[in-house]
Design a protein around this ligand. Structure first.
Ligand SMILES: Nc1ncnc2c1ncn2[C@@H]1O[C@H](COP(=O)(O)OP(=O)(O)OP(=O)(O)O)[C@@H](O)[C@H]1O
Ligand SMILES: [Mg+2]
Length: 245
């Protein structure tokens, strides 16, 4: 097997002295969609937060392949992760509600993309036409679905080839969940590798190349997304009623 684009190995850590991650292993092949599912409190968000320096890492590693070399993600300052091509949409507070839609896109931009701010913003408005008439509105006025699209657009403003998404479908009405997952497939088809955490486990796994079930801060199961999505043992134990739809 070729080297995965992202490799998280024996990751341990948590908050202060509280240990949440007890040796997590995740591999994300280039151009894949990989989903991490698991019960509330399993440590899914903590993996993302460890990468972004919000949770404490006590052991293990996280690397990304760049030009044939492994770059240490954990030694990369959070504000530099966009410069090595990684975009992040956190589970909560993923847009700046007091700023306009246009300003939210400005914030996501970095000059390292090699593209102009205007060019990138224009491509986001083409991609998300619902946002065009709202450019000057405060982001806090957007509907839930529009907010998630803006959060994705803001992350895409740094032209990443990897997106880390924490519960992108959280809080969305079922019809919007479908739209969101369709959008993630489109983003993936444009060449962006996606590592996401999702509560909407079955739907997320259906579009995933590969999936991991996390429990108590450790790997519990893994397999092809399509297989995990229909595995009765996993569906029953881990997904819960509200996540089976
Ligand atoms: N800042 C923090 N300080 C202390 N403990 C925290 C902090 N953030 C999260 N935790 C705890 O860490 C554990 C794992 O939390 P985490 O947010 O990673 O879970 P999760 O798998 O993302 O759950 P959910 O599905 O609810 O989003 C939980 O027990 C949570 O209470
Ligand atoms: Mg979470």
């Amino acid at each position: 097997m070729t080297q995965p684009l992202i490799k998280i190995t024996n990751l341990e850590g948590g908050y202060g002295d509280i240990k949440i991650l007890n040796g997590v292993n995740i591999e994300v092949p280039e151009k894949s969609i990989v989903t991490i599912v698991g019960p509330n409190g399993a440590g899914k968000s903590t993996i993302m937060k460890a990468i972004y320096g919000i949770a404490r890492v006590t052991a293990g590693s996280a690397t990304i392949m760049r030009e044939g070399k492994e770059i240490n993600i954990l030694a990369t300052k959070p504000y530099n992760l966009s410069k090595i091509g990684i975009g992040y949409v956190p589970q909560i507070e993923n847009i700046f509600v007091a700023m306009t839609i246009d300003e939210n896109l400005d914030v996501g931009y970095i000059p390292e993309t090699g593209k102009s701010l205007e060019e990138l913003k224009e491509s986001m408005y083409v991609r998300y036409p619902d946002l065009v008439s709202r450019k000057k509105d405060r982001a806090g006025q957007l509907s839930g679905g529009q907010r998630q699209m803006l959060a994705l657009a803001r992350a895409l403003m740094s032209a990443p080839d990897v997106l880390l998404l924490d519960e992108p479908s959280a809080g969305l009405a079922p019809a919007l969940v479908d739209q969101l997952f369709d959008e993630l497939v489109r983003i993936n088809n444009s060449g962006v590798t996606i590592l996401m955490v999702e509560q909407n486990a079955r739907r997320a796994l259906e579009i995933s190349t590969y999936g991991y079930v996390l429990d108590m801060g450790k790997n519990r199961h893994e397999g092809a997304g399509a297989d995990l999505a229909v595995d009765p043992a996993i569906v029953g134990i881990y997904f819960g009623k509200r996540n089976q739809g």
